[in-house]
Design a protein around this ligand. Structure first.
Ligand SMILES: Nc1ncnc2c1ncn2[C@@H]1O[C@H](COP(=O)(O)OP(=O)(O)OP(=O)(O)O)[C@@H](O)[C@H]1O
Ligand SMILES: [Mg+2]
Length: 460
């Protein structure tokens, strides 16, 4: 008998059995049917030693999309793109790249610590036509993922693997999300899409220092368990200082791009008091960088000290200074830097999730040493005038050259002149279609010579 005939016969036998079973069910008591079904289930488990777990797209409330389902979808997207034959493509949340996922009724295999398992995608189509489905013909399809694995691996899969899948899936989601730049007006955040092109590759600065910062960021972003173990908030403070145009803001954008974090640009002068500040800080999400630019301008950094001094004077000459103090209090924002730092310590310990806080200033010497001591701000980074290494990177980025006979002259001039990367970039910026590097380099040399002469004249 050929296989075709054999299957045809088996098919007809199964068909007749099912018919008999349906008849049987109508005439015999419910308890008996239940018993038979239970036993046959046990027999199937014996012959088919695999466990299946189903993850539905919508759980509980019909319209709540399951978090597990979307994490699995993200997790499987890379596997699907290499294994599945039928894929679905959609534009990602960042609006920039296509995200692939497996189409319905596809299967991909995965391996975890030597255990093999299979993921299959499927969908149920509900027959009931609801009013919703009239407008959204797709809404009656309920998708799901089914995980199949051998019974003997139950502990490894249920215990470790599933957690691993969820964690990975969520991490991929964070990486693919569209990032935002938040700014506050008063005590409300509003946001725009964050699409700053700055990266550490394009940031001109001392290469070793850059490497150190990148290492620091990587260590921080992976240290969740460490911070939890030592019982501290998962946060890190940076103070970026240096003259205008040395790349402080650019570095913040590069940090956000590198870590895939959102940016919160906190304008402290718009914040009325500490209560508003607390509200704003509580509303920041995890995986974000809170930026406070020019702290020396936005806060009365020496406020507490001055008040102490005035208080002492007030005690000496009662009545004399009172009016002045009240006026100043009313005028300036009531937010203090120490208040801010205390909030951050207290609040974020309770919120969880990683956050960076970055302060920038042009005048580091103006800051109260007690407030910027290590521990409060973990890392102080100086961004300074353009050195030769930084210049070479700018020349490569702007003019696409790695060496030139004028580099020697520029190297010498840079040693004696203070010029910011922003100014150098200005000279190297292509101004017309012809990209003759020499013209731009000569213009830079001219500017450097002028600056050098100025410096010599003013010191004389
Ligand atoms: N280190 C750098 N590497 C590459 N480009 C830079 C660098 N520094 C400055 N630039 C260029 O100069 C412009 C101004 O830099 P940026 O705004 O980062 O300076 P800043 O230090 O934040 O200045 P400010 O103190 O005035 O806020 C940037 O758009 C960038 O193109
Ligand atoms: Mg800036």
């Amino acid at each position: 008998m050929n296989p075709g005939d054999m299957f045809a016969q088996i098919g007809s036998i199964v068909g007749s059995l099912m018919f008999v079973w349906a008849m049987f069910k109508q005439f015999f008591p419910y308890q008996l049917i239940n018993q038979i079904e239970k036993r046959s289930q046990r027999l199937v488990t014996y012959v088919y030693p695999y466990i299946q777990i189903t993850f539905h797209e919508f759980t509980g409330e019909r319209l709540m999309r399951s978090e597990a389902y979307s994490a699995i979808e993200n997790y499987l997207s890379s596997k699907a793109s290499t294994q599945a034959k039928r894929l679905k493509a959609d534009i990602g949340k960042n609006n920039q790249s296509l995200v692939l996922s497996m189409d319905d009724h596809e299967e991909v295999a995965d391996e975890f610590n030597g255990v093999k398992l299979w993921w299959a995608s499927g969908k149920h189509i509900s027959k009931a036509q609801s009013t919703i489905s009239f407008h959204h013909p797709m809404s009656d399809e309920r998708r799901y993922y089914k995980l199949t694995f051998h019974t003997r691996n139950r502990d490894a899969i249920v215990g470790t693997y599933l957690n691993y899948v969820l964690k990975e899936g969520k991490a991929i989601k964070v990486k693919n999300r569209q990032r935002k730049l938040y700014t506050n007006s008063g005590s409300y955040w509003s946001h725009v899409v964050f699409e700053h092109p700055a990266t550490f590759q394009t940031l001109a600065m001392n290469p070793e220092e850059k490497e150190m910062i990148i290492d620091d960021l990587i260590t921080f972003s992976k240290a969740g368990e460490f911070y939890a173990r030592i019982g501290r908030a998962w946060k890190r403070g940076y103070l970026l200082y240096g003259p205008p145009g040395t790349g402080k803001s650019t570095m913040i954008a590069a940090m956000a791009n590198f870590l895939g974090y959102d940016l919160y640009d906190l304008e402290l002068t718009a914040v009325k008091d500490n209560t508003e500040l607390r509200k704003l800080l509580i509303e920041t999400s995890s995986k974000s960088i809170i930026v406070i630019e020019d702290i020396d301008c936005s806060l009365d950094l020496t406020g507490q000290r001055r008040k102490k001094k005035e208080k002492a004077e007030e005690e000496k000459n009662p009545g004399k200074n009172q009016q002045g103090m009240q006026e100043r209090d009313a005028k300036s924002s009531q937010v203090t830097l120490s208040g801010l730092l205390n909030f951050i310590d207290g609040l974020w310990s309770a919120c969880g999730g990683e956050r960076l806080i970055v302060f920038t200033t042009n005048y580091v010497e103006k800051l109260d040493p007690a407030l910027v001591r290590k521990g409060r701000m973990d890392k102080h980074i100086e961004l300074s005038y353009c050195g030769f290494e930084a210049f070479k990177l700018l020349a490569k980025n702007y003019l696409n050259i790695e060496s030139h006979h004028l580099f020697g002259t520029i190297c010498e001039l840079l040693k004696e002149t203070k010029i910011t990367p922003a100014e150098v970039a200005e000279h190297l910026m292509p101004k017309n279609a012809s990209v003759d590097a020499e013209i731009y380099l000569k213009s830079l040399i001219q500017a450097l010579e002028l600056a050098e002469e100025d410096a010599r004249r003013s010191s004389a």
